[in-house]
Design a protein around this ligand. Structure first.
Ligand SMILES: [Zn+2]
Length: 400
């Protein structure tokens, strides 16, 4: 018998929906732009302590510490609730004070309101309701508030290295891209390439004596831009269109500024990869370049270092984790969420590739014009915050 049958009513009774809004508001009022998470980490730890938990700090070099709480029987497989404490910088265009968390017409405005202090607050209140229901012998939950997500994911990388995911059976990142009617069960990966085109220098007034690497590299850029992209059959992207690969030239650099034919031009390219697709397409790039009959030479390097490569992942819709989340959302919202694959790489790529534990993202969020992630006037409709906390709590019970 699942804990849903025996403990859900009790947990719901202890769950205070208004507390989620108050807690999100308190956290928005503590600025925590990446690299400056020490104060919010302190706040989260002391709030958890006041609720009877024993939080731990895990130091993250260059960032505020991660905050970790374990609740329940360590002998049981654990469900991890993970969220990041940091935000991006203050973008231009704010009308509301980004650190005031003012509420207007049902929306709370503030930096981190969507991304992702509301999700963090909902997970904390869910954990509180579970502990007040006295379930410590019947389940195992780990709550992780991490730093540095908006940079390179250092907070999560630290927890992976520290073995904090060992014994986990499921991981929920409480960031809702699109809100509760969307479950991000996977993510595209990112494979990065450096391409160096070599030409031959000459005086800039007699260009025919040289080989212009910038001109040759431009032919490469245009060819890369028309490469064919693979589609992931039967998988939807977070804009609900069929999921496909994409490729972007991120950078092009060449020439010296003097009156000289440039002999070198470098480019950086990312292929956003899909589950089931190829990770390394450097041979495909090489054959596209070979077909151009360039003067000069081109070298393609696939970047496979730990901070270069993000593998795509997708947790099956039939997995206990996705099924538990979908049925919890349906119970509290009345409709089934759409299961999608996110197009951008994020912390859950790292978690999936390093731990191999099923991981998904779900939580409070907005879609369409209201999805002001990394934008001025970021805001969240507060009506969904209590529902999100219930979804987290019920999902944990379902999996326990
Ligand atoms: Zn985020």
């Amino acid at each position: 018998m699942s804990l849903i049958d025996t403990a859900l009513t009790e947990v719901e009774r202890h769950l205070d929906e208004d507390e989620v809004v108050g807690l999100a508001r308190d956290m928005i009022r503590i600025p925590s732009i990446f690299g400056n998470e020490a104060r919010i980490a302190e706040f989260i730890a002391s709030r958890l302590e006041s609720w009877g938990f024993s939080p731990r700090f895990v130091e993250v070099p260059g960032f505020g510490p991660d905050v970790v709480v374990d609740y329940g029987d360590p002998g049981l497989p654990k469900v991890v609730l993970s969220g990041h404490m940091d935000t991006v910088e203050v973008m231009s265009g704010w009308v509301h004070d980004p650190f005031r968390a003012s509420i207007e017409d049902g929306f709370m405005y503030g930096l981190g309101s969507l991304d992702m202090k509301s999700g963090l607050a909902a997970m904390m209140v869910a954990l509180k309701a579970i502990s007040e229901s006295g379930l410590q012998d019947r389940l195992h939950v780990s709550f992780q508030a991490v730093s540095g997500e908006e940079k390179d994911g250092d907070g999560t990388r630290t927890l992976i290295r520290a073995g904090e995911f060992e014994g986990a059976r499921a991981i929920i990142v409480g960031e809702g891209f699109g809100g509760l009617n969307v479950v991000t069960a996977g993510r595209r990966g990112g494979s990065y390439y450096e391409i160096e085109v070599r030409g031959k220098s000459a005086h800039g007034a007699i260009p025919h004596k040289g080989i212009n690497a910038v001109v040759e590299a431009s032919k490469v850029v245009l060819a890369l831009d028309s490469m064919e992209m693979v589609r992931a059959d039967g998988v939807l992207a977070d804009d609900l269109a069929p999921l496909k690969e994409s490729q972007t030239v991120l950078l092009m650099h060449g020439g010296t500024g003097s009156l000289t034919v440039p002999d070198r031009c470098t480019m950086k390219v990312v292929r956003s990869t899909v589950p089931g697709g190829k990770t390394d397409i450097s041979d495909d790039i090489r054959s596209v370049i070979a077909g151009l009959g360039l003067q000069g030479s081109a070298e393609v390097t696939f970047k496979s270092g730990p901070k270069d490569l993000y593998l795509p992942h997708m947790t099956s819709s039939d997995s206990p984790l996705v099924r538990a989340v979908v049925s919890s959302v349906r119970q509290y919202t009345g409709s089934s969420p759409t299961v999608v694959c996110g197009v951008s790489e994020a912390d859950d790529n790292l978690i999936a590739q390093e731990t191999r534990v099923p991981v998904i993202c779900v939580g409070p969020g907005e879609s369409g014009n209201l999805a002001r992630y990394h934008q001025a006037e970021e805001a969240i409709s507060i009506g969904q915050l209590g529902t999100a906390a219930k979804v987290f709590a019920r999902t944990v019970l379902d999996l326990s």
